[in-house]
Design a protein around this ligand. Structure first.
Ligand code: ATP
Length: 421
């Protein structure tokens, strides 16, 4: 077996897409008489600053001899949008079974999903493993390419994406996709197929808005269901399709940590108590402060998370939460949270037991009294709060979901879930 990893062939301005380069590479391998077992689309740390969009790296598992694979893989670098100086493509070719890559390569893949890695260490790992490689520019693409090579050993939760690509001459033009056919097909296969449409707005989230070659991508837990949804979509002509095995929708990026252990440029699942209430700031972003012991962290639900912000606004000081999201500049950007313990009462000035009006202070540490009825209370009293937020997990809507974040509808969460669709 031969494993080919590739990354960083695309550009924000020039179009292209590494999944497309991989799909083309698969065609070249087949044309050369090889057989492809599978193609992986591995989403790496979403906090990487120089990513183009979703920080995806690709791996192709095939039976071509490694020397021949090196030739074909290197040729795909020519497809890269290297006119953009931020595009630094790399390929890594491993002459072994994907399940037999050395431990340091598996560990590199695990780390690439959760932390920031550097090019020099990556080059050392490639050399130590005895893998072939090729790169253009500063070689940054080798980080993701090696991670893609190690992914088969590092990932244990796989989902699928069926991608349809546009005809070359249409790249960069408006996409023609019939939104009704997307909605109907998505409805038939939900929840096996997820994040196809944002239901309240009807927006087809499966259709990208960037100038890349993708027409739409259908994500789900079953390859055949994804294929069926894709086949039922009415659209402009489809140039080619490809099904990828992927770690999308798995939460593989989240590290379990205490609030004190959070650091920038990684994503976490952590717990705490709401210390300062949610506040909507300029631009519609909602912030609150979460605390655990002496440590506090700002948590944010940004404007693009839309109706998720209403869930966040319903939080109250004292609520116990588990929160998930990426930390940057010391702020945790919420992807989902679980309301564990809910504050049910608040302390308020008592009402007079006789006339029902609010009592007034009887003086410092003297409690409250009603002058009209001459009644007295020792202090504030607990009043039941009418909470509109149930216990359990809440998430951002599909339109704001990170590729790697796990939709609640996939299940396996430790509490009731309130899925967005
Ligand atoms: P697309 O969404 O179109 O696939 P992209 O978002 O994957 O684009 P790239 O152009 O591939 O973005 O850029 C990401 C770059 O970051 C690559 O060079 C990759 O090797 C590198 N990279 C990936 N993971 C890490 C990491 N954990 N630490 C440092 N660099 C990384």
């Amino acid at each position: 077996m031969t494993v080919i990893g590739l990354d960083d062939t695309d550009s924000r301005t020039e179009g292209m897409c590494t999944t497309y380069a991989a799909a083309r590479l698969v065609e070249c391998i087949t044309d050369a008489g090889g057989t492809v077992d599978r193609t992986l689309l591995v989403r790496l740390n979403p906090a990487v600053e120089h990513k183009t969009r979703g920080n995806g790296a690709l791996a192709v598992h095939c039976d071509l001899p490694a020397e021949q694979a090196v030739e074909l893989a290197t040729a795909t670098l020519d497809m890269a949008a290297v006119d953009d100086p931020r595009t630094n493509p790399g390929v890594v070719i491993a002459d072994c079974d994907p399940a037999a890559v050395p431990d340091p390569v598996r560990d590199h893949a695990l780390a690439a999903v959760r932390r920031l890695l550097d090019i020099d260490t990556t080059r050392d790992r490639i050399t130590a493993a005895g893998f072939e490689h090729a790169a253009v520019g500063n070689g940054r693409g080798l980080i993701g390419a090696l991670a893609a090579v190690g992914a088969w050993r590092a990932v244990d939760d796989w989902t699928y994406e069926r991608i349809a690509y546009r005809e070359r001459e249409r790249w960069g033009t408006d996409r023609i996709v019939d939104a009704d056919s997307v909605r109907d097909a998505a409805k038939r296969h939900y929840p096996t197929v997820w994040d196809t449409v944002d239901r309240p707005s009807g927006y087809p989230v499966c259709v990208p808005r960037t100038p890349c070659p993708i027409l739409y991508g259908i994500r789900g837990d079953d390859a055949e269901a994804c294929r069926r949804v894709a086949a039922d979509i009415e659209s402009e002509p489809v140039a080619r399709t490809h099904t990828f095995l992927t770690n999308q929708g798995t939460d593989a990026h989240l590290q379990i940590a205490t609030l004190a252990d959070l650091a920038d440029d990684s994503a976490y699942r952590t717990s705490g108590t709401v210390r300062e209430p949610p506040e909507t700031q300029a631009g519609g972003h909602v912030f609150f402060v979460l605390g655990d012991g002496d440590v506090t962290v700002d948590c944010a639900a940004f404007e693009p998370t839309k109706r998720f912000r209403d869930r966040v606004r319903s939080l109250r000081v004292g609520d116990r939460l588990t929160v998930c999201g990426e930390v940057s500049d010391g702020t945790l950007k919420l992807e989902k949270f679980a309301l564990r313990d809910r504050v049910e009462t608040e302390l308020v000035t008592p009402d007079c037991p006789d006339c029902g009006r609010s009592m007034s202070s009887a003086g410092r540490d003297q409690g409250y009294r009603c002058r009209d009825c001459d009644t007295h209370r020792d202090g504030k009293v607990h009043r039941q709060i009418d909470r509109d937020l149930e216990r359990g997990w809440y998430e951002v809507p599909p339109v704001a979901r990170r590729h790697i974040a796990k939709p609640l509808v996939r299940g396996g969460f430790d509490g009731p879930t309130h899925p967005e669709r």
